[in-house]
Design a protein around this ligand. Structure first.
Ligand SMILES: Cc1cc2nc3c(=O)[nH]c(=O)nc-3n(C[C@H](O)[C@H](O)[C@H](O)COP(=O)(O)O)c2cc1C
Length: 341
């Protein structure tokens, strides 16, 4: 059943959405997500209790996380019923932002599959409006609130303002489309101060979202500094910065299957180097059940995706979850944690 639904979505994606200009395809996709009550259909979800995982002490019914992109509360509410174990908000900034002008999203067809390059530039309603709206969102699964700032002070205000409404808080220091956010990875001394300040700002579990563009800095400086300040969850990671002349900014963040080899490699290295001290969310190019399985086997506690949700559709979560359940059956192991090597 899920296989047939998957094929239908692929046909719609290839035959319709991919033929529309990106901005129209995004509008059509988001309108469909908002208006179709897909979250009421049990077919999208797994009820296998063996798939539950813990992230920063918070129980997720399964390890799949919708990665940061949507701020619309109706879409987030729908996504919570589409099989994910947790859902992340768009990164919220202190003031409202209109984002970068169009074109700010283009498709990229590569040998590895369909990807995207975006220079969205944090289009979002800003702290005050989001803080007022968030209490109306029921947490059918845990909610991760994501924040992005350009100074330590901004992050502190964002974390203090939004943490009460999330189960976990993601500190985005890695989006490549806003210079000051992207530059955090190149300023390890300032990041120490940042981690100290955000840790003091909330008792909720904190996630640090890293860039795949700064492997050395991440592993030599940022992860050790995060651990020193009891930030134990690392999301590895964000999009990769690439030149893209079709975008209004001439460059953007690459997402999708081209990222996957590095995502897997990053999980393996982090696990080898930092052992069980770090909980890793593997994000970047996960768009098939086998890919999710391999990052979990490599030691990830959870796996995030966004581009796969667009290119493979809402059935991807269920397909991954069924594959994970089958793997547990075949190996005769009682829970996902035992999958890790
Ligand atoms: C259009 C678009 C907007 C995004 N906005 C955010 C954001 O606000 N904050 C963030 O941390 N990541 C953002 N991301 C990055 C994704 O959350 C994810 O880390 C990245 O796309 C890699 O995963 P994927 O290959 O599964 O898409 C965005 C990605 C896309 C394509």
């Amino acid at each position: 059943m899920a296989g047939a639904a998957d094929a239908i979505y692929r046909a719609i994606y290839r035959g319709l959405l991919c033929r529309l200009p990106e901005s129209i395809a995004v509008a059509v996709g988001q309108a469909a997500l908002r208006w179709l009550p897909l979250d009421r259909c049990p077919i999208f979800r797994s009820t296998d209790p063996r798939l539950a995982v813990s992230l920063g002490g918070v129980r997720l019914p399964n390890p799949l996380i919708l990665s940061s992109m949507y701020y619309d509360l109706t879409i987030l509410r729908r996504a919570m019923g589409l099989g994910f174990g947790a859902v992340t908000t768009k990164s919220i900034t202190l003031s409202p932002r209109a984002g970068h002008p169009e074109p700010n999203l283009v498709r990229l067809e590569a040998a590895a599959g369909s990807g995207l390059v975006n220079c969205n530039g944090f289009r979002n309603p800003g702290l005050q409006a989001y803080r007022a709206a968030l209490p109306s969102l029921p947490h059918r699964v845990p909610l991760i609130v994501s924040v992005a700032g350009e100074s330590v002070e901004e992050y502190v205000r964002l974390v203090e303002g939004l943490a009460p409404f999330g189960d976990l808080v993601e500190v985005n220091i890695s989006s490549p489309n806003t210079a000051l956010v992207y530059q955090w990875s190149q300023k390890p001394q300032d990041v120490v101060q940042l981690f100290d300040a955000v840790r003091a700002a909330t008792t909720k579990p904190l996630i640090v979202k890293l860039s795949p563009d700064f492997r050395e800095a991440n592993e030599q400086a940022l992860i050790p500094a995060a651990l020193d300040h009891s930030l134990r969850i690392v999301n590895y990671g964000n999009t990769r910065r690439v030149t893209e002349p079709r975008l209004s900014q001439g460059a953007g963040g690459l997402s999708g299957p081209e990222l996957f080899p590095d995502t897997l490699d990053n999980v393996r290295r982090i696990r080898r180097r930092f052992g069980e001290q770090v909980e890793v969310i593997a994000t970047g190019g996960i768009d098939a059940p086998e890919k999710a399985l391999s990052v979990l086997e490599a030691g990830a506690s959870a796996c995030g995706y966004f581009t796969g949700f667009v290119s493979r559709g809402p059935f991807l979560a269920r397909r991954i979850l069924d594959r994970l359940s089958r793997e547990l059956d075949q190996r005769g192991i009682p829970c996902l944690d035992d999958l890790r090597r």
